[in-house]
Design a protein around this ligand. Structure first.
Ligand SMILES: O=P(O)(O)OC[C@H]1O[C@H](OP(=O)(O)OP(=O)(O)O)[C@H](O)[C@@H]1O
Ligand SMILES: Nc1nc2[nH]cnc2c(=O)[nH]1
Length: 183
């Protein structure tokens, strides 16, 4: 599908490219200041967080190591199943290290609450969460999230890493899909 058709599938743009980049710049500085020279490991959750990770880490004043996990929670549907399975685990031993989980979105919160508990059981020095998006009205479990880019309404969104059936991840904006896409 070409870019023009992808854009036409959006009903509404919720967050522009400029807004995303500006907010990630602010968060990057805040994370950097928070650890005050101590090393922290960025843990991205595949695949949605790929773009957040790329832009966040490039906004740091220095470098930070990264690692990735892949879990299954949504399949190809639009509802979280709540059943989380590790498809790819970390390459890194996080014992006694500061960890920042990097996510694209907290929706029901089920995925991140499971991942956080899993990582905490490995005895890290600390675990914090950074998410670009959060849907407060969709929360099924409370998540203590230190860095949130934007709170958004409880609608299914795509773009900037977020897909609908593997499409739209490469959109530079975040938006809702037009009804004709689902039918
Ligand atoms: O708060 P929750 O309701 O649990 O939803 C959030 C999860 O859903 C998305 O991943 P998805 O399973 O769609 O996989 P993907 O990142 O590979 O697209 C997102 O990246 C989070 O991991
Ligand atoms: N693409 C997409 N994936 C999600 N995973 C959890 N919530 C969402 C959402 O709103 N959009």
């Amino acid at each position: 599908m070409d870019a023009e058709h992808m854009g036409a599938d959006l009903e509404r743009v919720l967050i522009s490219e400029e807004e995303i980049q500006r907010r990630l710049g602010e968060i990057a500085q805040d994370i950097w200041d928070h650890y005050a020279g101590e090393e922290f490991l960025l843990v991205g959750v595949l695949k949605g967080a790929v773009l957040v990770m790329a832009d966040l880490m490039r906004a740091f004043p220095g470098s930070a190591p990264m690692d990735w996990m892949a879990v299954s929670s949504y399949g190809s549907g639009t509802k979280s199943s709540g059943v989380v399975r590790i498809l790819k685990d970390l390459d890194t031993d996080i014992t006694d290290r500061h960890v920042v989980i990097v996510e694209d979105i907290i929706d029901s919160g089920l995925t991140l609450s499971w991942i956080r508990a899993n990582l905490e059981s490995r005895h890290p020095k600390s675990v914090e969460i950074c998410t670009l998006l959060r849907k407060p009205d969709a929360a099924k479990v409370a998540i203590d999230c230190r860095w949130v880019g934007f709170d958004i309404p409880n609608d299914f969104v795509v773009g900037y890493g977020l897909d609908y059936d593997e499409r739209y991840r490469n959109l530079r904006v975040i938006g809702t899909l037009a009804p004709h896409v689902y039918s």
